[in-house]
Design a protein. Structure first.
Length: 93
């Protein structure tokens, strides 16, 4: 699981190698722009060879955020999280 804040700027910079290199040297001054406030959740299913098979997102973090683990069992996904005292359950179709 990946837990962290994501800025909307990061995916926009991905195709531009020189811009990424420049940003890596001036990150302290860009920190306020790079941090996104609020919580969100995302799960990505990856094959053993690294191919992305499926992805689920909770962009507002209203249902589940800070996901630390996902277990698939009998057609349901069980989400562990770092911030709450509950397990989220999603019936995956």
């Amino acid at each position: 699981a990946l837990v962290g804040k994501v800025s909307p700027i990061v995916p926009l910079m991905a195709p531009y190698r020189l811009l990424r290199q420049l940003a890596s040297h001036i990150v302290p001054s860009l920190t306020p722009l790079l941090l996104r406030r609020g919580q969100w959740g995302a799960v990505v299913k990856v094959s053993p060879s690294g191919e992305v098979l499926d992805a689920l997102y909770d962009l507002d973090g209203e249902v589940v955020s800070s996901i630390s683990n996902v277990v698939e069992h009998e057609g349901k996904l069980f989400f562990g999280n770092l911030a709450g005292n509950y397990v989220g359950v999603y019936k995956h179709v």
